[in-house]
Design a protein around this ligand. Sequence first.
Ligand code: I3P
Length: 124
Amino acid sequence: VTGAAAFEPLAEVKGQHVNVTKISESGKKQRKNWTWMWTELNSEQLLVYKERQQETGPKAGGKTDVVPLCGAVIEWTKEKSSRKNVFQITTHTGSEYLLQVDSYSAASKWYDTIRKAIDSSTKP
Ligand code: I3P
């Protein structure tokens, strides 16, 4: 039990710095503007902040966007950017976000975590 508990913090990563750009808002194309942001998951949303948030205590300011996950689609894309390790989140309202980190392991860990959150918020 002690051994398993020791791995839990890794499996419970809920926040990550990534490059983010919103390329479409409700189906309307936006100008690409990559920004290094702190993204954090709750059970229903991906929250996008300018600054890293503390795990406990009040949230710092600078929340710039909220990405609803219910009914969202996540997929890796090579076509939408010249960067590596880019994945796209398309919301049920037709907004499209690209997320990217140079580290493949960091990108795939964050992809998997978001995909699981989408799966559990989409299921009834
Ligand atoms: C964009 C900027 C982006 C680039 C995008 C360019 O130019 O260089 O970094 O996306 O390519 O249009 P600007 O700053 O003038 O808006 P990637 O880094 O993801 O390739 P794109 O038009 O092919 O999407």
